[in-house]
Design a protein around this ligand. Structure first.
Ligand code: ZN
Length: 423
């Protein structure tokens, strides 16, 4: 009856021990025919026992561990020369793993699919962090590298994300997310954001796969532009609206801080007019209440003598309106007008610079109006990236970040988990 409950193939249950703190320990040994020597094929003899302790799935609500009394075998033939070996059974546990096979698969599902923290799953299983992490990597890397994981992709997106800070000076380590922006699927994560490494990733795909890509979205970074120009020359490049609007907000913020410094002589403090306006400035105009708008205008009238911040604020709103247009032709005219107006010598320096950048990316910005009628895809990328950041980044080794990210957002085929062999 006990063996039935333990549910492992070909084992004898030698005992069940109640350890303190509600921990249950099940002692087992393998059952079955005596193995033969791999060299001389003669029957082996049992030498002694080696005990391993494995974390297992909870049993009747109690944390359980398996004490596996492994046989150590040796060859009785004197001149054979084979050393002793330990009986393994991957149905119980994969070699070198500190938890059982079924617990390893369960942990991979919890961490990978449900995005639970490794520490939390380790607490559930009553084992340490590394045991769970090792299992997630061993089972997960097979799922992630499944060649069928992403098929034909029509729209790809590149985005940079900070995945950790390293060393004494908290040096920033960047990574590039390669996303199927139509399906909202993370295809891969590449270390760094340089053109060379991203090009190498695309070079590893087949020509047919690359030819299938019609759209490629990117932030306004020249290195990703090089990647797409080189590796996907026929795909239409689309500037991600989020990054375009972000750039306008950055220009506004820089302008506010410069004017603040020039008029008051120091960085913003709590009672400074422009500092008090900073949140309302970056808010979308239509989200301001009537009072909020009046207060903002009052603060600007008093703290912005040359109306520079006011210009930058309007510039930001005008950039946002690019995405109110549904007609590609009107959008192109609107962007042309932006470039003309922003680069006017009357404009503050930050707005002129923004205008030049928008001019350089005009085709990519306007392409959005042809590629995506709704802004669903880009929101999908941003949500995806945020999810990945929350659950998968911060690990010491980049490869671990990559596997965690792809398990969570890369849509692996979870049905494979039941049958795969861990790495
Ligand atoms: Zn032998």
């Amino acid at each position: 009856m006990c063996e039935l409950l333990v549910g492992l193939p070909d084992v004898n249950v030698l005992g069940v021990v109640d350890i303190v703190d509600g921990l249950l320990e099940v002692v087992i040994e393998q059952r079955g025919a005596r193995p033969s020597c791999r060299l001389c094929r003669g029957p082996a003899v049992a030498k002694d026992r080696a005990e391993v302790m494995l974390a297992d799935l909870a049993c009747f609500g109690r944390r359980t561990r398996l004490r596996w009394r492994k046989h150590r075998w040796c060859c009785p033939t004197a001149d054979c020369g084979v050393g002793s070996w330990t009986g393994e059974d991957s149905r119980i546990a994969a070699p070198r793993m500190a938890l059982t096979d079924r617990a390893g698969r369960w942990a991979t599902l919890q961490v990978g699919k449900h995005g639970r923290a490794v520490s939390e799953v380790a607490e559930d299983l009553g084992c340490d962090w590394h045991t769970v992490n090792d299992a997630v990597i061993a089972y997960g890397s097979v799922l992630v590298d499944d060649p069928a994981r992403f098929g034909v992709v029509a729209a790809v997106g590149l985005d940079e994300t900070l995945y950790k800070r390293e060393g004494r000076y908290r040096k920033q380590c960047w990574s590039t997310q390669i996303v199927d922006v139509q399906r909202g699927q993370l295809l891969d994560v590449v270390a760094g954001r340089e053109a060379v490494t991203c090009c190498a990733w695309f070079a590893e795909r087949s020509q047919a796969w690359r030819d299938g890509i019609r759209w490629a979205t990117l932030d306004l970074s020249s290195s990703y532009r090089v990647v797409l120009d080189t590796m996907l020359p026929d795909a239409t490049q689309v500037a991600d609206p989020y990054h375009v609007v972000h750039l306008a907000n950055v220009a506004l913020d820089e302008c506010r801080r410069r004017v603040q410094n020039e008029t008051v002589g120091h960085r913003g403090r709590k009672h400074d007019l422009l500092y008090r306006a900073r949140r309302r400035l970056v808010m979308a105009r239509e989200r301001l209440t009537v009072d909020g708008r009046e207060q903002l205008m009052g603060l600007l009238a008093a703290g912005d003598p040359h109306r520079e911040v006011w210009f930058a604020w309007n510039a930001k709103e005008v950039v946002r309106q690019i995405y109110d247009h549904t007609d590609p032709e009107l959008a192109r005219e609107w962007v042309d007008e932006i470039v003309r107006d922003f680069t006017d010598t009357e404009m503050p320096f930050e707005v002129r610079r923004l205008g030049r950048t928008i001019g350089r990316w005009k085709d990519q910005i306007v392409a959005w109006h042809q590629a995506h009628v709704s802004n669903g895809p880009t929101e999908a990328i941003n949500n995806l990236i945020n999810r990945v950041k929350r659950t998968a980044f911060g690990f010491r080794r980049f490869e671990h970040c990559r596997i965690r990210a792809l398990l969570y957002a890369g849509k692996p085929n979870w049905e494979l988990l039941a049958t795969l062999t861990p790495r």
